[in-house]
Design a binder for this molecule. Structure first.
Ligand code: AHM
Ligand code: MG
Length: 340
């Protein structure tokens, strides 16, 4: 019995983490449990997505008599319906909704704010490539019971927790609540997320970069020079780096979290007076940034630490480079002109 493997479910892990905080009320634990169930539902649906056309009855209704919706809509409503009545949230905001998502009047309100991207990598839905869900949780800041836009517009460094589910060759959930980054793999036969990657540490330097290089002509000069540098040969720094790009942030970042390297989504600078970033600060960039930092990595806009950016709009977009700390520092050196 010496080598017995300790099996830890995500519920138990969250509970044990909470027990480390003497002031915790249990509210936050229950909030995470509710979210985990939503991820299991989305995972089930993603896994059978290819069968929808074969199994889906005419009229596009499923067995519950609900309309078969696009996976984005499905993921959005699963999370909303799972999270609206638990009494833990004061409001939500999502990449898929225009404005703030209030908690319906009839339900109790709580002290947390949930920000999420229900289905990351939507362009990969039809090709059986990895998809994900990203979440970020803040504490309510304003007085009164109802959440407001102001409660959503907090710096990434104020996140209470953040994480993602990646629906890949297996479904994994990775989260941080400010005490390291932990990964769980869904055992489909048990329907349980089991601890598979405890206290993940990102390698100091990687061997690969991840960027949509088709956009190169629209990059800023620093990014262009940096990516060219990654392709040069140098043994000491593992160069040339390999290019790996799926086009689902969650999946590209997940690989970097485990293996090291750098993910970039620089702004489109085709009009230099108006650089246009693509990824959303609140639903994509901030949650990934806190996970990167908690795992010993780094995340920058090129000019400033992502977690220090003060959001001004719930759908704000921002430039991002994140991953291994040495890679990210080097990228900043190029963008800020410290490297010729
Ligand atoms: P989505 O949330 O609508 O799917 O968009 C975000 C996605 C990211 O997952 C990914 O990193 C990026 O957009 C890919 O963009 P592109 O196709 O421009 O490379
Ligand atoms: Mg997304």
């Amino acid at each position: 019995m010496e080598n017995r493997t300790k099996i830890v479910t995500i519920q138990r892990h969250i509970m044990e983490q909470q027990a480390l905080l003497p002031t915790a009320t249990g509210d936050f634990t229950l909030l995470l449990w509710d979210l985990v169930l939503a991820f299991k539902m989305i995972s089930r649906e993603v896994n059978r997505a290819g069968l929808a056309a074969i199994l889906g009855p005419a009229g596009h209704e499923n067995v519950q008599g609900e309309e078969v919706t696009k996976l984005d809509d499905f993921a959005q409503s699963r999370i909303f319906e799972q999270m609206d009545h638990g009494g833990h949230l004061c409001c939500m905001a999502s990449e898929e909704a225009d404005g703030l998502i209030p908690i319906p009047e009839r339900f109790p309100k709580g002290k947390y704010v949930l920000l999420f991207d229900p289905l990351d990598g939507s362009s990969n839905v039809d090709v059986n490539a990895s998809l994900g869900t990203i979440f970020s949780i803040h504490r309510k800041r304003t007085p009164g019971v109802d959440g407001s836009v102001e409660d959503c517009l907090q710096r990434g460094s104020e996140q209470v927790a953040a994480g993602y589910a990646v629906y890949g060759s297996s479904t994994m959930l990775v989260y941080t609540a400010g005490r390291g980054v932990h990964g769980f793999t869904l055992d489909p036969s048990l329907g349980e997320f089991l601890l598979s990657h405890e206290n993940i540490r990102i390698p100091r330097r990687g061997k690969s970069y991840s960027v949509n290089e088709g956009n190169e002509r629209n990059w800023d000069e620093g990014t262009r020079r940096y990516v060219n540098y990654l392709k040069e040969k140098d043994k000491a720094t593992n160069r040339p780096y390999a290019l790996r790009y799926i086009g689902t942030l969650v999946a590209d970042f997940h690989r970097i979290l485990l293996k090291g390297g750098i993910f970039l989504y620089p702004p489109d600078c085709s009009d230099p007076a108006k650089p246009k970033p693509k990824l959303r600060l609140l639903y994509e960039v901030s949650p990934m940034a806190i996970i990167a930092e908690q795992a010993g990595g780094a995340a920058t806009t090129g000019r400033e630490r992502v977690l220090d950016v003060q959001p001004t709009d719930i759908h704000q977009r921002v430039a991002i480079a994140l991953g291994s700390p040495e890679d990210v520092r080097e990228y900043e050196d190029f963008v800020q002109g410290r490297r010729p």
